[in-house]
Design a protein around this ligand. Structure first.
Ligand code: MV4
Length: 448
């Protein structure tokens, strides 16, 4: 195992990684911007180093500076968390060149998944189901029209270099396709520096269900079941759970096997997630692979008993993955609510400011992964995720009841949070009934 690890992140995930290091007796190095001098991850780490001004481009994304701090502090490895430098193949490669271990996959599998059309080609060749559409690069408008005729409307235009919902448009006929094509091309150029587009058949009322995988450096790969992540606002996940009410044992095994195939096809190592779109008839289609630890990883930890961040560290340090597929079961049910500093009365706008009261309960079957404390000032520079509440129950009803109890006994003053939204969502018939589709938030408004 490593002696010392640098955590190139902030907030709750930096705290989560520090805890995993502490459990393994690994010393920790935090980095921070001018806006994060008082941050929790800085207080918790054994050492901390200032790396620049608040904007991430000059601090948490400054690869050279972070590598310099790692080398000078004597850290042997860097954990990127999620976002920021996670899924950055260039950074993973720079670490390698400097003799540092990037705690995540090798640069090649990161690159293979970064370009969506390429990823679709690889998955198709590996026998992983993909959404019907094209796998060739850079269609022009005329080719796209012809292709839409072939696969049939409605279709979705997506950016080849994109992901996460940016620059995607539905087209229900040729006229809409012309507009969608132009709009997506402009956005793809602006956001990803690459105008290349591709086409998929539009899946109506899909669910977003993803499979967690773990792979060691020798290629031993397992799946750790699914997470249901369909409840999203503006392509941001809000509530996640495991297992999914929509997945039975047979489907779980099919999706899990497909996810392992996907990981093997790109020579994947470390923790990763294969995202699928699932249609109302339970057909599932590969969407993308996230080559990082994800925000919602705790619901998998709570239902499998596997510490995913600990395994990230173990695998990166060269240990074999000693878990076998047959050992991975499902114990009960877990739900995660993302607690954001945002104002439900103002269209969920970010609500930075000083937290004058932070009272989160300790309850049986309840875990809070927290990145803040009472007296801390939430900065406008970063993602407003304050904490994640994770409830566990022997069944789904108990997990819901425990989450409601935790949310109702939480008190946060000084800033607005979305706690009240979560209470409404979890108390709804829609959620209790397991009708957690991608239309959940719209349907919730109708139920009220
Ligand atoms: C789709 C789709 C329907 N058909 N692709 C949104 C995020 C990005 N990762 C993919 N997304 C979608 N892709 C096809 N061919 C619908 C969505 C989608 C969605 C997916 C999962 C969860 C929430 C969503 C909200 C809007 C659209």
């Amino acid at each position: 195992m490593f002696d010392k690890v640098l955590i190139a992140n902030r907030g709750e995930i930096a705290v989560r990684v520090i805890r995993a290091c502490q459990k393994l007796g690994v010393k920790t190095v935090a980095v921070y911007s001018d806006a994060d001098k008082e941050a929790l991850h800085v207080q918790m780490a054994d050492e901390s180093y200032h790396i620049g001004p608040p904007p991430v481009a000059q601090s948490y994304l400054n690869m050279e500076k972070i590598i310099q701090v790692a080398l000078e502090s004597g850290a042997q490895a860097i954990h990127p968390g999620y976002g920021l430098l996670a899924e950055n193949a260039a950074f993973a490669r720079k670490c390698q060149e400097k003799g540092l271990v990037f705690i995540g996959p090798n640069p090649e599998p990161i690159e293979a998944m970064g370009f969506k059309v390429k990823a679709r080609q690889i998955m198709q060749a590996a026998g992983v189901p993909i959404v019907p559409g094209n796998v060739e690069e850079a269609l022009d408008l005329e080719q796209t029209k012809g292709f839409a005729q072939e696969i049939g409307y409605p279709v979705m235009v997506k950016a080849s270099a994109g992901g996460g919902g940016i620059g995607m448009q539905i087209a229900r006929n040729e006229k809409e396709l012309e507009q969608a094509f132009k709009m997506c091309e402009t956005r793809a150029k602006a956001y990803f520096g690459n105008p290349s587009l591709y086409l998929e058949r539009y899946i109506e009322e899909p669910r977003h269900i993803e499979i967690q995988v773990l792979a060691d450096n020798t290629g031993h790969t397992i799946y750790l079941n699914e997470r249901e992540c369909s409840i999203q606002r503006r392509h941001q996940k809000v509530i996640e759970e495991a297992p999914s009410t929509f997945v039975d044992q047979e489907m779980r095994q099919k999706m899990g096997t497909a996810a392992v195939k996907a990981a093997r096809a790109i020579g994947y190592n470390n923790a990763g997630t294969v995202e699928f779109l699932v249609d109302p008839e339970k057909h599932f289609y590969f969407l993308e692979m996230n080559t990082r630890i994800q925000v919602e990883h705790p619901v998998t930890e709570m239902t499998t008993g596997v510490d995913l961040v600990e395994w990230q560290l173990r695998i990166a340090s060269g240990e074999p993955l000693t878990l076998k597929q047959e050992e991975i079961g499902i114990n009960g049910h877990a739900i995660e609510c993302r607690i954001y500093a945002e104002d439900p009365d103002k269209n969920f706008m970010p609500s930075p400011g000083k937290i004058t009261k932070w009272q989160v309960p300790e309850l049986e079957g309840f875990r809070a992964d927290v990145g803040v404390y009472e007296g801390y000032t939430v900065s406008p520079y970063y993602d407003p995720l304050l904490a994640k509440f994770i409830s566990w129950g022997k069944n789904r009803d108990q997990a819901i009841d425990r989450m409601i109890q935790a949310l109702e006994s939480t008190v946060v003053d000084g800033i607005k949070t979305n706690v009240s939204f979560h209470i409404t969502a979890l108390k709804s018939k829609l959620f209790r009934g397991g009708r957690t589709t991608t239309n959940f938030i719209d349907q919730l408004k109708k139920e009220e």
